[in-house]
Design a protein around this ligand. Structure first.
Ligand code: NAI
Ligand code: MG
Length: 482
């Protein structure tokens, strides 16, 4: 296949990185090199931030009426849909994910632009009663230059969700895709240009985390940072932002449980328990990586999960399997390191635990769907994000125990509760520390409209929904004595 040559987008111009360094981009399904991307340096980030600053302060962007801004974003949504198949294919090649999951990601990206495009002219302040003769009102102003540091697991979706919200509120953007997966960000950049977004409003710098990413996080002329990724990198981003007193929105993954009671529809719960841990081969921040199941139904429920997982297909993205490859050899080794500790941590494998060999894609790294029972809840693997198709099972007897187990990690992103007893579900939902709770479902179909973010080390600030608009606006209060 042709190796695509990628460039940065700075001030409306597709440009080579200033120092000329480049990196190979691989297809995780096969290991094949599919693109050659800039490995940008600090200088490229500086150029991009300065273009974004100019577009914000002196360019055309502040003059675009909110509804026109919205119309531009709606055009972006339309163009994403027009290119749905080619974008899905690129996302599949870049991340390895099954093609149908690539298509779902593209649709979600279109919906972000649609949702925030529609919101662009509905963001407004309030008047506040003070006393006769005083008019007090608030303005919601854009923050300025916004930085977006994107992970490799859902590149187009995550780029679209924060970029659309930042643009709808009148900000300019500097985006750094993950070094492993820059392909769809480049396509998005072209679509934004074609939709009429002025030069400098969206800038794209491809490169590595420790160089380009670190400079973007620490750049003194950035006004807000949105980061999705690991806790250690989130910590670094926050430290860099602290130097400049820049607010951050951090979305840092989780160890999310599905809590299953005996009265739940068992077959439906099984479907979702499996789906929530195998989607994107478990490389999902909101993966349902823990199963907390009532002791009375544990044996039968787990048996059904094993049966279901035994019948999953695995292979390269284009064969649209249930489970595609792990991103890289490095990520696969990370999973294996966790697996080596299972026995010492009291666990035993009910299924999987090792790599899989896929004969038609020997160059890719694949990991078998895995179920582990008996882990000590305080052990590392019971508490840490594995980022693979690895499910840990725990039993509980009382609702209090279920809540305690659910809250026994430092994360708090998502929780699924499966029961027909709605009072029990609501009481548990109040006790569980997580940003999103789903009762008798998991994910509600993606939920562009629902605020999403974490408790604890899953991060803070909320993405998605109207709530995300707060990240990209600052409030000004004006009091007029008449
Ligand atoms: P990472 O957090 O290091 O990478 C995410 C993004 O941050 C990438 O764009 C990367 O270039 C950038 N980055 C890296 N170092 C940076 C720095 N010092 N300053 C600014 N930006 C920087 O994640 P990585 O290393 O790719 O994956 C390791 C683990 O992180 C995974 O196994 C998984 O557990 C977790 N992760 C979680 C994600 C989520 O959705 N919450 C997404 C990706 C990774
Ligand atoms: Mg890293």
């Amino acid at each position: 296949m042709n190796v695509r040559i990628l460039k940065n987008l700075i001030n409306g111009v597709w440009s080579e990185p200033s120092a000329g360094a480049r990196m190979d981009i691989h297809n995780p399904s096969t290991g094949e090199v599919i693109a050659d991307a800039p490995a940008s340096s600090k200088e490229d980030i500086d150029l991009a931030v300065s273009a974004a600053r100019h577009a914000f302060s002196a360019g055309d962007w502040p003059l675009v009426k909110p509804y026109e801004r919205g119309q531009m974003l709606l055009r972006v949504a339309e163009m994403i849909r027009e290119n749905k198949e080619s974008l899905a294919l690129l996302e599949m090649l870049d991340t390895g994910k099954p093609i149908s999951q690539g298509r779902a990601d593209v649709e979600a990206a279109a919906r972000y632009f649609e949702f925030y495009g529609g919101a662009a002219d509905k963001i407004h302040g309030e008047t506040i009663p003070i006393e006769p003769g005083v008019l007090d009102y608030t303005l919601r102003e854009p923050v300025g230059v916004t930085a977006h540091i994107i992970p490799w697991n859902y590149p187009l979706q995550v780029a679209s969700r924060s970029c659309a919200a930042a643009l709808a509120t009148g900000n300019t953007v500097v985006m750094k895709p993950a070094e492993q997966t820059p392909l769809t960000a480049v396509e998005l950049g072209m679509i934004l240009q074609q939709a009429g977004v002025p030069d400098g409003v969206v800038n794209l710098v491809l490169g590595e985390g420790h160089t380009a990413g670190a400079r973007l996080a620490g750049h003194p002329d950035v006004n807000h940072i949105t980061f999705t990724g690991s806790v250690p990198t989130g910590t670094e981003v926050m430290k860099a932002a602290a130097e400049n007193i820049v607010p951050v929105t951090l979305e840092l993954g989780g160890k999310s449980p599905n809590i299953v009671f005996p009265d739940a529809s068992q077959d439906e719960a099984v479907e979702w328990v499996v789906k929530s841990i195998i989607q994107n081969a478990g490389q999902t921040c909101s993966a349902g990586s823990r199963l907390l199941v009532h002791a009375d139904c544990k044996a039968s429920f787990v048996e059904k999960v094993i049966h279901r997982m035994n019948h999953l297909s695995m292979g390269p993205g284009e064969s649209d399997p249930d489970i595609g490859p792990i991103l890289s050899e490095q990520q696969c080794r990370r999973i294996e390191t966790f697996m080596k500790k299972v026995e010492a941590d009291g666990g035993k494998f009910l299924l999987g635990g090792t790599r899989a060999y896929v004969s038609n894609a020997p160059g890719g790294c694949y990991f078998k769907p895995t179920i582990i029972d008996g882990l000590r809840p305080e052990s590392e693997i019971a508490r840490e994000e594995v980022f693979g198709p690895v499910l840990s099972v725990f039993a509980f007897e009382t609702d209090e125990e279920a809540a305690h187990l659910a809250n026994s990690t430092e994360y708090g992103l998502v929780t699924g509760i499966w029961t027909k007893d709605v009072s029990r579900a609501h009481k548990l939902a109040e006790k569980v520390k997580a940003g999103q709770i789903f009762i008798n479902n998991y994910g509600a179909g993606g939920g562009i409209q629902m605020p999403f973010g974490g408790y604890g080390k899953s991060g803070f600030g909320r993405e998605k929904g109207l709530e995300a608009l707060r990240n990209y606006t600052q409030l000004k209060n004006i009091a007029l004595k008449m």
